[in-house]
Design a protein around this ligand. Structure first.
Ligand code: ATP
Length: 373
């Protein structure tokens, strides 16, 4: 339907940004494949917007180069780059209707017949029936879709999205995440999306770069980052990690044997991001939904080969899709467990003594020398 445009890959080489004595982005090397949906994820102030603005040409890098589809665009002004940006503030023209807002980029380039292209673009963002409305007659989500259509009309090779859903309420945000993903799949160009919302990054992107303090801390597919975080920052930023202090007691087998939380745990050696030596300290983590609970009196029914520790329920709350338990265990912080499909009557109550057990393959090990953020 829309005129085909191929996405370009973006290569950042040694790119950095310093403001006076403050370094917002440390020298960064990043390759963003053509046609991918890439997310820069991190807390406020970590440098993600600055990185995006350097790709857009809105910020001059202090060092390094930006390449798009093999061409060095580091010194090219923003309007000469085959790139467009969608901001959180939709910045639509209030006096123009939706059709003219979307047509704006074409008219500015002197394109005479805009009708077909604008109509196709409005179809793409499912606003075909809204062409003659003014922006203020649309909902926040619809206005955001107009902003996307307006950014795509000139067929950029890369679309940059700077917290584009930040002003929307949670439900609409979730809908728009799927909508943006659909649009990206349909147009096939490269999307680079900045967000501080880990669920948003995980839902939409095929690759996520987690930024912290002006650096990329880890890069990977969402599931890979979630299941095998490389640092405590990433483990804690992406969901709940349940980090427990542990010591390596045996490294002679395929799995490392650890002493932790008053018991013995197994950790596959290839899931250990800490130096492996007997007596070495590390942090082991397991995600809340990977843990199963059994009453202490049923401990005998826990299958062989599972990691297990004992604990006591301190809180149990129904959170819609699952029940969330907070559990104290010997010598470690509270552990969070999510269990699904529990009948109301079967829910464990505070004070209950339990065995927490999980598949060792779902355990990950991190360097204890890192700070827990
Ligand atoms: P947010 O989600 O809040 O937008 P961010 O991760 O996008 O945060 P940046 O906007 O990239 O962060 O800013 C990174 C750091 O650089 C921040 O500490 C910010 O205060 C600083 N910074 C950004 N622009 C400037 C500027 N023009 N002058 C001085 N410092 C700046």
């Amino acid at each position: 339907m829309t005129q085909p445009t191929s996405g370009g890959d973006v290569r950042l080489t040694g790119i950095s940004k310093t403001y006076g004595s403050f370094t917002a982005v440390h020298p960064l090397d990043l390759h963003i494949p053509a046609g991918s949906f890439f997310a820069l994820l991190g807390a406020s102030g970590c440098g993600k917007t600055t990185t995006l603005r350097m790709i857009a040409g809105l910020e001059d890098p202090t060092t390094g180069t930006v390449q798009l589809a093999g061409e060095d665009i580091t010194v090219l002004p923003p309007h000469k780059r085959p790139v467009n940006t969608v901001f959180q503030s939709y910045a639509l023209f209030p006096h123009l209707d939706i059709f003219e807002n979307v047509a704006f980029g074409l008219r500015r380039r002197g394109v005479k017949s805009v009708k077909k292209q604008v109509e196709e673009m409005l179809e793409l963002v499912q606003l075909g029936d809204f062409a003659r409305r003014k922006p203020q007659q649309l909902s926040g989500g619809q206005q955001q879709r107009v902003a996307v259509a307006r950014a795509l009309i000139n067929h950029p090779r890369v679309l940059l999205l700077d917290e584009p859903l930040g002003a929307l309420d949670l439900k609409l945000r979730r809908q728009m995440q799927l909508e943006l993903k659909r649009i990206q799949t349909e147009v096939g160009i490269t999307f680079i999306h900045v967000t501080h919302d880990q669920e948003e990054a995980m839902t939409m992107a095929d690759t996520v770069a987690v930024m912290n303090g002006g650096r990329v801390e880890q890069l990977g597919a969402p599931a890979e980052l979630y299941e095998n975080p490389g640092t405590t920052f990433v483990a804690n930023f992406l969901g709940t990690s349940n980090l427990i202090e542990a010591e390596i007691t045996d490294k002679s087998g395929g799995d490392l044997v650890l002493s932790a939380a008053g018991g013995k745990l197994a950790l596959p050696a290839d899931r250990c991001g800490a130096p492996v030596r007997t007596g070495g300290k590390l942090l082991v983590g397991v995600r809340p939904e990977k843990i199963t609970l059994a009453h202490a009196e049923d401990a005998g029914s826990v299958p062989e080969g599972r990691n297990r520790i004992t604990g006591r329920i301190v809180d149990s709350s129904f959170i819609g899709v699952s029940t969330q338990y907070l559990i104290t265990t010997p010598d470690c912080p509270e552990i969070t467990v999510y269990e699904q499909n529990i009948e109301r009557d079967a829910r464990l109550v505070p004070g209950a003594e339990v065995v927490l057990h999980w598949n060792p393959a779902h355990t990950f090990g991190l360097d204890a020398a890192q700070d827990i953020d």
